[in-house]
Design a protein around this ligand. Structure first.
Ligand code: ASP
Length: 340
């Protein structure tokens, strides 16, 4: 029996048309192109249905509300389909993939996001290949994870970052090898696939996300006043994008005081690195120890996209500051490599 997939079309370049204002997604257009293309009817392809979100969006316009909408579509169709392919703009795909990885508790089926750099209506597009690849991975392999498929590599969603605004290899997961690679044959790296031991007992969607979260990118000379203002209520959780292995300008009193005061008020501060590759080690340098003393917890090698959406998810569960800190430093979806 052929597997059946639900293709959730959210918008993005993949199905866009030219308008006087530039490229825009147009309802029904992608479905029309997929119906006309006999490649999608080929015997090796799974059966599929298309579910179009309303309104279709350029992903730069997406918000956590849209992540919840996508998660609810998966929940309400979960038993009728063997896997899900989400067609999405590339700009914020890494955020949606990370958010869904946390929100879809107990996921046991593949959920694969893809998009394209060139719209399907154009010659030389990467849209058709990306959708076909995502569909074949979702239909034929036991990958109970939220993934991103792009340019023949399958990546863990909550490890992924958009790294190229122009080339076809738009996504990478700098701290984790691909889960799968498509060549003449499709190869799965089974020992990288994450099977959660936690959420057994079926899919539950955590749709309560706390949006009082943020990311703060440090730079030499950052003003203590700016940091203090950023950390004011109503903020509840902040990813601090620190230098190297998680270091900061700790001898800058106003800066470190602003962090310590926010921590005392209950704000959860997570130390991540500005480097794409490598991890946070807060006991390596005095400039890291100082960050830990101010109350920051290590985000290890989490991407800022994963750290931010994990904070929104954990705070949305109503956990205390201590509980959120504990879960932020615990690997729950394969989002981090913990080094002691
Ligand atoms: N701006 C588009 C989007 O993210 C870019 C793309 O899809 O590649 O929706």
């Amino acid at each position: 029996m052929k597997k059946k997939l639900l293709i959730i079309y959210t918008g993005g370049t993949i199905g866009m048309k030219q308008s006087p204002d530039g490229w825009i997604p147009v309802s029904g257009f992608l479905e029309e192109m997929m119906t006309e293309n006999r490649m999608f009817q080929n015997d090796i392809m799974p059966d599929f249905e298309i579910y179009e979100l309303n309104p279709l969006l350029d992903s730069s316009d997406m918000t956590p509300h849209d992540w919840v909408q996508i998660a609810k579509v998966i929940e309400s169709h979960y038993t009728d389909f063997q896997g899900f392919v989400i067609l999405h703009g590339t700009d914020t795909m890494a955020y949606t993939a990370s958010a869904l990885a946390f929100m879809l508790e107990g996921l046991e089926k593949p959920v694969i996001l893809t998009g394209s750099q060139i719209p399907m209506m154009m010659p030389r597009n990467d849209a058709t290949e990306n959708i076909i690849g995502a569909m074949l991975f979702a239909a034929n392999h036991d990958i109970p994870e939220v993934c991103v498929f792009f340019d023949n590599i399958l990546l863990r969603g909550c490890r992924t970052q958009k790294v190229n605004a122009e080339g076809f290899r738009a996504f990478e997961s700098p701290n984790l090898p691909p889960l799968g690679i498509g060549g003449i044959h499709i190869n799965i790296n089974q020992n990288v696939v994450f099977k959660s031991e936690m959420d057994t007992g079926g899919l539950t969607v955590q749709s309560n996300l706390d949006t009082h979260v943020g990311v703060l990118w440090l730079f030499p000379g950052i003003s203590g006043e700016v940091v203090r203002n950023y950390l004011r209520p109503p903020i509840r959780g902040v990813v601090i994008q620190a230098f190297g292995s998680g270091n900061g300008p700790v001898s800058h009193r106003a800066f470190i005081d602003a962090l310590a005061e926010a921590n005392e008020r209950g704000v959860v501060l997570v130390d991540c690195t500005q480097c794409a590759i490598g991890t946070v080690l807060l006991d390596d340098y005095a400039t890291g120890t100082g960050m830990a003393k101010a109350g920051l917890v290590s985000g290890y090698d989490m991407t800022p996209e994963a750290a931010l959406t994990k904070l929104a998810y954990l705070l949305g569960k109503g956990y205390s500051q201590e509980e959120v800190k504990r879960w932020m430093t615990t690997n729950i979806r394969g989002e981090m490599t913990i080094t002691i």
